[in-house]
Design a protein around this ligand. Structure first.
Ligand code: ADP
Ligand code: MG
Length: 677
């Protein structure tokens, strides 16, 4: 029987090579393929040149008035051109590097050409010849594609898949909801998304797809929440005196906000239900020590605690700090990462399994199948926004219902937080440690960069260190951005040999990265040129200045994270953004950074300034990504989907109703899959 979960390999024309190609686009099953939606549509409705808008893509139809001529230039480049008579006007049509089109263009024949219109010169830069004799689609879907697999191939496969599987596409949404919101059946939604018959049905389909996406996302979150609530968690009976003593021994006084969230967490730990808590707090608000206290509490109860970080740098920093913090206490810290040798890995996992190590720090390596825990009581995830729903749940399933604390420094507006992290309770640290000086941020144009270098010099003379951040590693032909390698050499010349300049980027080997970070921490390097690998979590108190090149290439949330690398000690700290924004929004973004250091304000402004369809801002903002729906622009719909999902799950025996069977099946399958995130 046909199932949407069939591998794409079951389709005619999709062999093993193509199966691999499709994987590169995240397409495994027929359903993945059918839900691989276009990013836009090209319209082939024929237009008149008199109404054509300059620099727009459009289709013109006319009679070929001259033999096509091919001119060759450069290395392997060519241009085919001919004259086309369109409504008594001569239009020059050119095609670049498509010489084979010559056969399609016959003198005196009628053809239609799709391309970009140059109104001033009455020229059309063609991209496609459209046959006028056969009926053609008014719209052509345009898909995200890559080198391995091109547009026409994707389009062809989707057509093959739809024709074969159309009869088994059942609507997942309950009929009552389809009715209430005037949505379309899933089959029609999929057809219209790929092969729209007109604007209106395309919009209708898009709305259905967005709602379905939101609803399914929320249904999964709410299902997880309910499932977790039903489980009996462990009651972690920690030793209050030992915990108090540990807190007393800290080199500083906890802030009120830290104290409050620790109380919330400790209450959860004691209760025999599974804690599932999100800890939000701006950069530098001191989340790590809160996690450390919770982990210590767990360990005093005789259980293991684990903390997962998104990068190796961060994981090893945590391991070091925690080992130091727990010195002299019965805490054995182990660091588990992907770059260990097989032998190291084997030894460490054995100690995790027999309980000799009771505080496990690591990257994703912590949730691998091969890692077994002796008695995992608490799991902490740092920089939660880097992990997806499934990774959260996978970790939760590692022990026997361990408590979970997820930390994130990406403040997202509360309304969104509860929809995006809908399965969790939320605690917020809304206060910075006292004595923390505000980071002074300024914005310079690239021709004022000398001012920034002067400032670096001044900080160096004060004995402080500097980060210099740049978007790219190596010279790129297409992007005129400062790159780390060049900048590193330039700064070395300028500040050396008196001061040491270091280079850190994502393509370096892990031990190399660690060595550089160590040297910077130990003040053996004073100026660290880096890409965004230092974006999260890195903590060097003596660093007082951050210079960010091409700052307009970063999202605001990301800039805020970057800026959070300074101002972590008692030094007055500075952030200098170098940018030549090209439009008003870019200017406002830089001004926002100058005006505020409050992460929640930055996040809010980021979302406001983000144009529709600007996924970059969203990617960095900690809001989960959706394929069709826009969680910011369509927040209302997301909220509605949330309450609809909750209501459905609260309906007695909803899962036995025939109409909900496709949905039940969907949930069962999704629980077993990981490539959703
Ligand atoms: P983040 O919330 O960004 O992860 P960290 O946990 O790294 O922040 O803390 C930032 C710095 O502040 C650390 O160096 C930490 O030692 C210090 N810190 C944490 N809590 C306090 C406090 N209550 N008083 C003073 N310093 C603190
Ligand atoms: Mg942190």
């Amino acid at each position: 029987m046909l199932s949407l979960q069939d591998s794409v390999g079951s389709l005619a024309g999709v062999g093993p090579k193509r199966v691999d190609d499709l994987k590169t686009l995240g397409i495994f099953t027929v359903e993945d393929l059918l839900l691989y939606f276009p990013t836009r549509y090209d319209t082939y409705e024929v237009q008149s040149p008199s109404q054509a808008i300059d620099q727009q893509k459009l289709t013109l139809q006319g009679t070929v008035m001259s033999e096509p001529v091919i001119a060759r230039f450069g290395y392997k480049k060519n241009r085919l051109s001919f004259r086309l008579m369109v409504e008594n006007e001569i239009v020059m049509v050119t095609f670049f590097n498509q010489p084979y089109l010559k056969n399609k263009i016959e003198l005196g024949k009628d053809i239609a050409v799709y391309g970009k219109w140059d109104g001033t010169h009455k020229r059309l830069a063609g991209t496609k010849v459209i046959s006028v004799t056969t009926e053609h689609n008014q719209f052509d879907a345009v898909y995200p594609s890559n080198k391995a697999i091109k547009q026409p191939t994707i389009r062809k496969f989707i057509k093959v898949a739809f024709d074969k599987y159309e009869s088994v596409i059942a609507s997942l949404l309950p009929p009552a909801l389809i009715e209430r919101y005037k949505l379309v059946e899933r089959k029609d939604m999929i057809r219209e998304m790929h092969f729209p018959s007109d604007d209106e049905s395309a919009n209708h389909a898009r709305r259905t797809a967005a709602y379905e996406e939101f609803f399914l996302f929320q249904l999964r979150l709410q299902a997880i929440k309910m499932e977790n609530q039903q489980k009996n968690g462990i009651s972690i009976l920690y030793h209050n005196d030992e915990l108090k003593e540990f807190i007393q021994r800290l080199p500083y006084q906890l802030t009120n906000a830290q104290q409050r969230v620790i109380n919330e967490i400790c209450r959860d730990l004691r209760r025999p239900v599974q804690m599932n808590r999100l800890l939000q707090g701006d950069v530098g608000s001191g989340k790590t020590v809160v996690a450390a206290i919770a982990m210590y509490a767990t360990i005093t109860a005789g259980l293991q605690a684990a903390i997962m970080a998104p990068t190796e740098i961060l994981a090893s920093q945590h391991a070091q700090n925690l080992a130091q913090l727990f010195e002299g206490l019965p805490v054995n810290v182990g660091l588990l990462t992907g770059s260990m040798t097989a032998k190291q890995h084997r030894e460490l996992t054995a100690q995790i399994k027999n309980g000799a190590i009771n505080l496990i720090v690591g990257t994703h390596a912590l949730i691998q199948e091969s890692v077994e825990y002796a008695n995992l009581g608490l799991i902490v995830t740092d920089e939660q926004h880097r992990f997806g729903v499934n990774q959260r749940q996978k970790f939760r399933e590692k022990g026997e219902e361990p408590d979970v604390l997820a930390m994130t420094a990406t403040p997202i507006p509360r309304t969104l937080a509860i929809t995006a992290y809908g399965e969790m309770d939320v605690s917020v640290i809304d206060e910075l440690p006292v004595g923390r000086k505000q980071i002074k941020t300024s914005w310079l144009k690239s021709n004022q960069v000398g001012v920034a270098w002067e400032k670096v010099k001044q900080e160096l003379l004060n004995g402080a260190q500097t980060y210099v951040v740049t978007p790219l590693i190596e010279q790129s032909e297409t992007l005129d951005v400062q790159n780390a390698q060049d900048l590193y050499e330039e700064l070395q010349e300028y500040f050396g040999p008196q001061y040491q300049v270091g280079l850190l980027h994502g393509r370096m080997a892990n031990d190399e990265k660690d060595a550089i970070m160590e040297a910077f921490k130990a003040n053996k390097i004073q100026v660290l040129v880096s890409t965004t690998v230092i974006e999260v979590g890195v903590d060097v108190k003596n660093a007082s200045l951050m210079v960010v090149y091409d700052a307009d290439r970063f999202g605001l949330a990301q800039l805020h994270q970057l800026r959070g690398r300074v101002g972590r000690g008692s030094r007055q700290s500075y952030c200098i953004l170098i940018a030549d924004p090209k439009n008003q929004v870019g200017i406002q973004r830089m001004q926002t950074m100058v005006e505020t250091t409050d992460g929640f304000v930055v996040a809010q402004r980021d979302l406001e300034l983000r144009g529709s369809g600007d996924v970059l801002g969203l990617k960095q903002s900690g809001v989960p990504e959706f394929k069709v729906g826009d969680p910011v622009g369509e927040l209302k719909m997301l909220q509605i989907a949330k309450s609809d999902a909750e209501n459905l799950l609260l309906t007695p025996s909803w899962e036995t109703k025939t109409e909900n069977l496709p949905l039940v099946e969907y949930l069962t399958i999704r629980k077993l899959q990981t490539h959703f995130d």
